[in-house]
Design a protein around this ligand. Structure first.
Ligand SMILES: NC(=O)c1ccc[n+]([C@@H]2O[C@H](COP(=O)([O-])OP(=O)(O)OC[C@H]3O[C@@H](n4cnc5c(N)ncnc54)[C@H](OP(=O)(O)O)[C@@H]3O)[C@@H](O)[C@H]2O)c1
Length: 339
């Protein structure tokens, strides 16, 4: 028995935006005669994440560059179509890191079983997956939120940011989100019940953005940064005594600006004045503590106490464009591709 596979190969390093020339769609037969403990999965939901664009960088970042000429790596939720493993049977839902391909043969140790009765399977790529882990440990371990703190979150309407904002509210913080556009800001205040939202697109200058943030926050105890660039330049001078700055992402710089970012106002004197700390965090450093996060957050998801928004794009062919759309802010919450 064999299946018709479709795979997106990553073939050329982009310098700016990702385009058609950086990926190749290939079709081939995949053989379903499995070795012992192998499982054949059919992807149903594929993740697109900003880190994919970091890993396309030609130099080492927090990892070696994604090799050219192989299937684009990514998190996937799929169904078991054939199994030679005692642990999985046909029809089981699993998550895997099998990349942008419809079918993949995986060793059973590479799969995580999902229970659709406990939570929608898509959550394994969002609130109950890597973005959830990033938000939870990034905020709790590095941000150290305390009741009464003012927490500012950039990229606040996205997968990680929308969770950080809600975890901050649960920790008793006053939470101000920064996002692009009136619709996203309305989502932050009306749906997530944040204390305020600042639309950075409505404030194109550093001074304008900083005054809007000053008015909304009155000073910042914790800054959870998903974006970098001018937004971060605007926030840093507003930090209060012993502020904690969590560097989670710098999406404003991934499209070619990681090595040659615009020269910003230099703000480290504010770290000195306020005896503040700044800490980078990576989701992978908390993988071994995933169960700890799930024990706390999964019941909130089950009881509807956490809003997890998902934006879907349809079709396997749409994957490279979907990656681009993260940089255009087309998603609310986690961006997923249904295949
Ligand atoms: N440290 C880690 O381990 C880790 C793990 C996961 C994610 N991250 C980082 O966290 C950040 C968010 O990731 P995510 O998966 O949750 O993505 P996301 O926030 O769901 O999607 C990306 C969002 O970034 C915003 N954006 C894009 N370009 C921008 C720019 N030039 N200036 C300002 N905002 C921009 C857009 O929102 P607007 O419409 O509001 O502009 C877009 O919707 C990324 O920087 C990512 O690399 C880090």
């Amino acid at each position: 028995m064999s299946y018709q596979n479709r795979q997106w190969f990553y073939v050329k390093r982009p310098e700016g935006r990702v385009g058609d020339e950086h990926y190749e769609l290939r079709e081939s037969e995949i053989d379903a005669s499995l070795s012992s403990n192998e499982v054949l999965i059919r992807a149903r939901i594929v993740s697109v994440d900003p880190y994919i664009r970091i890993q396309q960088h030609e130099r080492n970042t927090y990892d070696v560059p994604h090799p050219l000429g192989i299937v684009q790596r990514a998190g996937v939720v799929g169904e078991v179509v054939a199994s030679a493993s005692p642990l999985f049977k046909q029809g089981d839902w699993v998550s895997a890191y099998s990349g942008w391909q419809l079918y993949a043969r995986c060793h059973h140790s590479e799969l995580t079983r999902l229970n659709p009765d406990e939570a929608p399977v898509s959550t394994a790529l969002g609130v109950l997956g890597m973005p959830g882990r990033t938000a939870w440990f990034g905020l709790m371990e590095a941000g150290k939120p305390r009741p009464g703190d003012t927490l500012v979150v950039s990229g606040a309407a996205g997968a990680v940011g929308s969770l950080v904002a809600q975890f901050g509210k649960r920790a008793g913080c006053k939470v101000i989100g920064i996002a692009g556009g009136a619709q996203k800001c309305a989502f932050l205040t009306d749906t997530l019940k944040l204390d305020g939202a600042v639309d950075y697109r409505a404030h194109p200058t550093l001074e304008g953005l900083q005054s809007a943030l000053q008015a909304a926050t009155g000073g910042v105890d914790v800054y959870f940064d998903n974006v970098g660039g001018m937004i971060t330049d605007a926030v840093i001078p507003l930090i209060k005594r012993r502020a904690r700055i969590v560097i989670c992402g710098a999406i404003a710089q991934y499209d070619g600006g990681l090595d040659t970012p615009d020269l910003a106002p230099r703000f480290l004197q504010h770290m000195l004045f306020q005896r503040a700390t700044i800490q980078g965090i990576l989701a992978r450093d908390f993988t071994h503590r995933m169960d700890e996060m799930l024990q706390t957050v999964a019941p909130w998801v089950k009881n509807g106490e956490i809003v997890y928004q998902e934006t879907y794009v349809d079709g396997f062919d749409a994957l490279p464009n979907a990656l681009n759309s993260l940089f255009e802010g087309k998603n609310l919450g986690k961006l997923l591709v249904r295949v």
